[in-house]
Design a protein around this ligand. Structure first.
Ligand code: TYD
Length: 269
């Protein structure tokens, strides 16, 4: 692996394959301190079947494929995720679509707390822990079992939202947020993350008229989150792919599928 920058992320990802659900220790930009938590994950099988070939080299030992969608409010990721799910189902994949925070009754209850403007001023660490708690439950109850079953899991937001919003937006730092999430998810990381990039003016026109607790934060917070995503894109070019989210739904979907095909080959099998 290449040299590490100040956040502990590899600057070059020599020989690094994007992914993955439970990547080998230290191979996915995890801080050194988090390495011990990731040990003991199985090697990918040598006799790769068709499904396994999609995951070749990812080292998760899980049969499915895990794709997450990221972006700022109003970038259109939920719509694009649904369109991708449709396309994959037409190809014969079993696809599970879920979201964060949420996706389970407990997760939705935690979501209600997190987004409720009544809790304005929630301590940043409490916020990070609640997002991680919702994620821990979703991973254990929904995502990991689906991946073990060989399904394609599409998740609206995941780790990178915590890095952008809590790590950068709240200033908690990416290293602690990664460490927290390594523990919360037992090292389950996406095979591919798509960042849907859309102009501020277009996004603003789509944002809900009654803002939730996060949307109601001031411009500085949203600027730090946006800059955080930019930094994540720069620091993690092999893990996060930027997708231009301007244009019609169909145009954006074509770009999404092109990236999914390029990275994971899901449309050519
Ligand atoms: P949601 O309505 O799902 O936002 P969107 O439709 O834009 O995806 O609300 C989720 C909010 O929670 C959103 O503002 C981003 C924020 N968030 C975090 O701050 N940290 C996280 O880890 C996650 C998953 C979301």
């Amino acid at each position: 692996m290449g040299a590490e920058d100040k956040d502990g992320f590899p600057q070059e990802a020599e020989g690094f394959t994007p992914g993955a659900g439970g990547v080998p220790a230290g191979a996915n930009g995890l801080p050194a301190g988090a390495d011990g938590l990731c040990q003991g994950f199985p090697e990918p099988p040598e006799d790769a079947s068709l499904d396994d070939s999609v995951l070749a080299g990812l080292g998760s030992g899980l049969r499915g494929v895990f794709i997450t969608f990221e972006g700022l409010d109003g970038c259109g990721k939920s719509t694009q995720m649904e369109l991708l799910a449709e396309g994959l189902r037409e190809r014969g994949y079993v696809v599970l679509v879920t979201r964060e925070p949420g996706g389970t009754p407990l997760g939705e209850a935690i979501r209600d707390i997190l987004l409720n403007p009544r809790y304005k001023g929630m301590a940043a660490r409490a916020e990070a822990l609640l997002y991680a708690a919702a994620r821990a439950h979703l991973v254990k109850e929904v995502i990991r079992p689906a991946l073990e079953d060989g399904q394609v899991v599409l998740c609206d937001r995941y780790l990178d939202s915590s890095l952008a919003y809590q790590g950068y937006g709240r200033g908690l730092g990416v290293e602690d947020i990664i460490t927290l999430n390594v523990w919360a998810t037992e090292c389950l990381f996406p095979d591919l993350t798509l960042f849907l990039d859309l102009d501020d003016a277009v996004r603003a026109s789509r944002v809900a008229s009654v803002p939730d607790r996060l949307e109601a934060e001031d411009d500085d917070f949203h600027r730090r989150v946006a800059e955080g995503y930019r930094k994540l894109l720069l620091d993690h070019p092999h893990r996060i792919r930027r997708v231009d989210a301007s244009g019609s739904e169909a145009e954006v979907q074509a770009r999404v599928r092109a990236v999914v095909e390029e990275e994971l080959g899901l449309f050519s099998h």
